[in-house]
Design a protein around this ligand. Structure first.
Ligand code: PMP
Length: 324
């Protein structure tokens, strides 16, 4: 018998999927870690689970307690599922730039959702800072603090990284993915480098994020903007500190959207925008490295979370973008 003990036990152990169309085009094996198949629908289920388990083990979260977080959506969705499964309450602060689908999902899951104006991190009313402040004023509540809580990258060092290593039999030349908190990139990169330092760890970055310039020059500068959600940053989070990064690749929305629609039409994979950035970066890397390499990237979440945006032709056209 192979039975998972509830939602929590079903997190992780996702398949590694060969992306046939791009593998054939590039002559490399382009492999996607299918984290959209987590039970809460995104890679963030892993971090949400580790953060809650860590707080329980430290005695910070007690029965009936509340988990508070600032999130672009997916971490909140993961936390809300786990809170229901474990009997906690969930309070989520989300910037008003995120898709309605994610906000609706959070409400359906029973989380209390506070939509707040999207202001920069340095502003005290930034959604992350606000969530921390409110959590500190509440009784029996924890602040998940995904950006700087190292339980986040530990989830990926202990689960995602080892899964990729086993699924490829260690035959992997490069790992490339974008970062929100950086937990996924960091945990997987650190694990893979510990197994074989020759594996390249490459950061993929959307326009409007400062990490590409940080990797290239040591300075955080931003240029342009992106329709992708949940990725990009203008600071180095605690989860990203001390992480081995060999190089960075920047992908614009035109290319990310083209890739998302090719994944949909040629590979049957219905993915969100950050996955477009990731696979586009894997393709760019394949061209740099040359044929015959194995490149692993992350399939973060599914496209149904972006039906009203990325997959709505009018909305897409209003951003000057098209599928072709
Ligand atoms: N893609 C999406 C859609 C996300 O929501 C996130 C997390 N915000 C990421 C990618 C990046 O994951 P991480 O926080 O581990 O860097």
């Amino acid at each position: 018998m192979d039975i998972k003990n509830g939602f929590v036990d079903a997190v992780g152990n996702t398949p590694l999927i060969r992306i046939n169309s791009f593998s054939e085009e590039t002559g490399c094996e382009i492999l996607g870690k299918a984290d959209f198949l987590n039970p809460g629908g995104s890679v963030k289920d892993r971090a949400a689970l580790y953060i809650i388990k860590d707080a329980e083990e430290k005695g910070l979260l007690k029965p009936g307690g509340t988990v508070v977080e600032g999130t672009a959506g997916n971490t909140g969705i993961g936390l809300a599922h786990i809170c229901n499964a474990k009997g906690y309450k969930c309070l989520i602060f989300i910037p008003d730039t995120q898709s309605q689908e994610k906000i609706d999902a959070l409400k359906t899951l029973g989380a209390e959702v506070r939509t707040v104006p999207a202001v920069p991190y340095k502003d005290p009313n930034n959604y992350v800072k606000l969530s921390g402040r409110i959590a500190s004023q509440m009784e029996n509540a924890i602040w998940a603090n995904q950006f700087d809580n190292l339980a986040n990258r530990r989830a990926h060092y202990e689960t995602t990284g080892p899964e990729i290593w086993e699924q490829t039999n260690g035959k992997i030349d490069a790992w490339v993915t974008s970062t929100g908190t950086g937990g996924t990139f960091a945990g997987v990169s650190m694990f893979l480098k510990d197994q074989n330092p020759a594996i390249k760890t490459i950061l993929a970055d959307p326009m409007g994020s400062g990490l590409y310039s940080y990797v290239k020059t040591g300075e955080i500068t931003t240029e342009g903007s992106s329709i992708t959600e949940g990725i990009g940053n203008s600071r180095v989070t605690a989860n990203m500190e001390g992480v081995p990064v060999d190089d960075a690749i920047r992908i614009d929305d035109t290319e990310a959207v083209r890739v998302v629609y090719q994944l949909l039409r040629k590979d049957g994979l219905f993915m969100g925008g950050s996955t477009g950035i990731n696979v586009a970066a894997a393709v760019a890397l394949a061209k740099q490295m040359g044929q015959g390499h194995t490149i692993v990237t992350l399939l973060c979440d599914g496209g149904s979370r972006y039906q009203s945006r990325l997959f709505n032709q009018e909305w897409l056209a209003s951003k000057g973008l098209s599928p072709d």
